[in-house]
Design a protein around this ligand. Sequence first.
Ligand SMILES: [Zn+2]
Length: 412
Amino acid sequence: MPTDREFTKILKWPGYQVYGHEIDEKAKVLRLWVRRKRGNRQIECSGCGRKFTQIYDVSERAVRDLPWSEFQTTVFIEIYRVKCPECGVKREKVLQLPSKAPFSKRFEDAVGLACESAAARQVARQWGLPASTVRAIDLRYLERWNAARRKPALRHMGVDEIHLGKKQKFLTVVSNLESTEPLWFGQERKKETLDEFFRTQLSAKQRRGIEAACVDMWEPYRLSIEEWVPNCRVVYDKFHVMQHANGAIDEVRRAEFFRKGGRMRGLVKGKRWLLLSRWVNLSWTRRQELNHLFALNRKLLKAYLLKESLDRLWSYYYEGAMLRYLQSWIDQLRWQRLKPFEKLARMLLDHLEGILNHCRTKVRMGVVEAVNGNIKALLRRGRGYKNLRYLLLKAQRMAATKTEFVVLKKAA
Ligand SMILES: [Zn+2]
């Protein structure tokens, strides 16, 4: 049987020694009793960090620590309280006890790390904990990581919206396009939503540092940006514009579906995904399917080609060339009687400056889309993101560690 000294060496809690142990072989549980080493008398108030030599009282707490082989380990630790002139009677600060929850820091770190690559429910099963406890541990783990890290300056911001469903509706997502991470979530997608971000999250100096914003052609966002960061360049990026192009093609599809009866209706039905896909991403069979559809419906073919060719607008780096390409794209619409695309063309002309800003400001492309995709993947994978703070930290951590950087391939 190991001695307390040996247990102290294996446990390795700096400043603490084991003074009692118990091994329950049947239940596979190891219990260790620890207290401060003789020389360790620096007692710190957990409220303000003030140092004390006098203690107010002593109590014992049980916390779960990392398992030793197949033994689940519980550590009983002596905890002091101090009488602090600032905070009153307060618990001392203990490195291995970051919160009031009955887990050691390294136990929480291990659970949090496991949550980076698996759903909370799986981690719960693996560690023998309720899923709600795992989520709470993960949230604290992420809060600690977030508090300790350096946050990069915001020069290029992205603003996007995510549709959560009928009840919660929209979530506004602000992201840092350079560090590729989401920064803030706001309810709904009003001007007031984005106003709140500028007002509560940034100082006047930080606001002045913002050079460009990639946003959707959505009036409330533009108005908010003009009010709070008037010197910032608004860029209507490819991702957001192409979303509108996809909306237009979907409208054409639905109109054709209702206009034509019988056989055609059967053909167009269920082709939504196919029509929204980019040609280069489709397999040979899928392309044949589309070709078959286009042979029967010229309008859909035209709409599809228009969407595909609009994509090329962002391959230009000179304003003049970009503008010429846009003009020739709009010219193609003549006599086509594709109302949704005419509407889109008017929208593009109304937002021309912001579209041409693509040539004036170098902003990383595809980041808004990737951040959006990551958040949606998180939402799909695990329930339990009713807590938006948790969802935000999770998505930030994902961006920082570059785990599972989701790039949407299917629906372009
Ligand atoms: Zn204090």
